[in-house]
Ligand binder design. Structure first.
Ligand code: ZN
Length: 245
């Protein structure tokens, strides 16, 4: 099986289109959360995911938009974008987000937005220490796809050991999945990268080749920025897109 991973799309239609164009050679598309929030095209992004039957889980921004997470967890810019998104979202897309689960498990992978120990708390994994509770929840020799930090990287841990390696993947590249190891993989963010690479981050997981490829894709950032400006979304949110920060 070949899976395409498109996480943290954040209503960025230009980045999502670039992602979908790049990963046509897959059997199933996966989205580890945050379809909406920050960007200018929440309805279009929801509709594309529904149309392409992307296997999607709930992110913290999706949860905030549908009212299942308090807004005081967000900084003022993110909160303004959540409120703007609420006003824009069609009833059908609101219902779609409401139907998303917090995790997804299959024979080949697990998917969670933040951390597997308490998916509803959306804890961040930014260090090997943070990764420990998620590794504990994983069966042997499994892969867990996460999102949330918008940083392309992975954590690997040998079965039975307690410490993990953390490897940055901001420039893209491939991860060889070795037998006897567990992997937590963040393919980066499609719509708002924060690893100082402004190009959209996507992943391709090939189960037969036991490999995850992370690709970074150029997209017309200025088009998204103009739409955000026209929508009155906060300046720091569209400014950051060109720096990937
Ligand atoms: Zn996000």
């Amino acid at each position: 099986m070949r899976y395409g991973i498109i996480s943290d799309i954040h209503s960025n239609l230009e980045a999502l289109n670039a992602a979908l164009e790049s990963i046509q050679d897959v059997d199933v598309l996966l989205c580890p959360g945050d379809v909406v929030g920050y960007g200018p095209n929440p309805n279009e992004c929801c509709e594309l995911l529904r149309e392409k039957q992307v296997v999607t889980i709930l992110g913290n921004h999706d949860a905030a938009v549908i009212g299942s997470m308090p807004l005081d967890w967000f900084n003022p810019y993110a909160r303004a974008a959540v409120e703007w998104t609420r006003d824009q979202l069609s009833p059908e897309n609101h219902a779609y987000l409401e139907g998303l689960p917090l995790t997804h498990r299959s024979e080949h992978f697990i998917m969670v937005h933040g951390s597997l120990s308490s998916p509803e708390l959306f804890d961040y994994i930014t260090t090997p220490w943070d990764a420990r509770p998620t590794f504990v929840e994983m069966p042997a020799c499994a892969v867990c796809f996460i999102g949330h930090t918008h940083i392309a990287e992975f954590y690997s841990r040998k079965s039975g050991e307690t410490w993990a390696d953390q490897i940055g993947m901001a420039a893209g590249g491939t991860i060889d999945l070795k037998p006897g190891f567990l992997y937590i993989v963040n393919c980066g963010s499609v719509g708002q990268p924060r690893d100082f690479n402004p190009n959209a981050g996507v992943g391709v997981y090939d189960t037969e080749a036991a490999m995850v490829e992370i690709r970074r894709l150029e997209y017309p950032v200025s088009v998204t920025q103009e739409k955000m400006q026209d929508a009155g979304l906060p300046e720091p949110l569209w400014e950051r897109l060109e720096y990937g920060a």
